[in-house]
Design a protein around this ligand. Structure first.
Ligand SMILES: CC(C)(COP(=O)(O)OP(=O)(O)OC[C@H]1O[C@@H](n2cnc3c(N)ncnc32)[C@H](O)[C@@H]1OP(=O)(O)O)[C@@H](O)C(=O)NCCC(=O)NCCS
Length: 169
């Protein structure tokens, strides 16, 4: 019987994480984004899913800011989320997101944003309505947010530079 565990990523996981990201997305951009965010110190919560010692899933929450009235409110962005295609639909993506949220709340984080399919992220509590007031180059129905405590409803959403440099291709 296989044993799935969710744990914090360590520096030794970097190659395996690259592989999972590349396999899940079928391209190298997201793996490059992860490396750039981690190298820049922007990773806040980073988890891997391990099945019998093999890394089969990965999620990263990195630091973003909501800028309003000269103030910067720290939030996190969920991106990317990746599960090895041969392990899809067995709850691994969901387990990574939910464990990430538990750790973020424990760490005192108040707000998470994500750019993705509302049909998928809605199940974790994300909604476009909570993000509709943010100014962002990514503003669309796919931009969603989830707040655990008081956090701005409006302001400019500022992502780390890696999002535009690594995903530009
Ligand atoms: C999205 C992804 C992480 C989900 O991983 P997973 O481990 O298969 O997810 P879970 O098992 O927790 O959940 C599967 C459920 O989500 C649904 N789902 C998966 N991707 C979805 C999507 N893009 N939109 C809507 N629903 C989706 C599945 O249909 C399934 O539904 P069910 O529970 O009703 O059967 C995985 O499909 C993946 O790595 N995809 C490629 C990379 C990607 O698109 N990442 C997200 C970018 S924002």
């Amino acid at each position: 019987m296989s044993m799935l565990s969710i744990r914090a990523a360590t520096p030794r996981d970097r190659d395996a994480i690259r592989l999972v990201e590349e396999r899940a997305f079928g391209q190298a951009g997201e793996a490059g984004l992860v490396d750039a965010l981690v190298a820049a110190g922007d990773a806040i919560v980073e988890l891997v899913a391990e099945d019998d010692g093999q890394i089969v899933g990965h999620v990263l929450f990195s630091r973003v800011f909501v800028e309003e009235g000269g103030k910067e409110f720290p939030a996190v962005a969920l991106a990317p989320l990746a599960v090895d295609p041969s392990f899809h639909r067995s709850g691994i993506g969901g387990a990574l997101v939910r464990e990430g949220h538990v750790r973020l709340k424990e760490a005192g984080e108040a707000l998470s944003v994500v750019l993705g399919d509302p049909a998928y992220y809605g199940r974790f509590g994300y909604g476009h309505e909570r993000a509709a007031g943010f100014a962002s180059e990514y503003q669309s129905d796919a931009l969603q947010a989830l707040a655990w405590s008081e956090a701005p409803m409006a302001g400019r959403l500022v992502y780390p530079a890696a999002f535009s440099t690594e995903l530009a291709a």
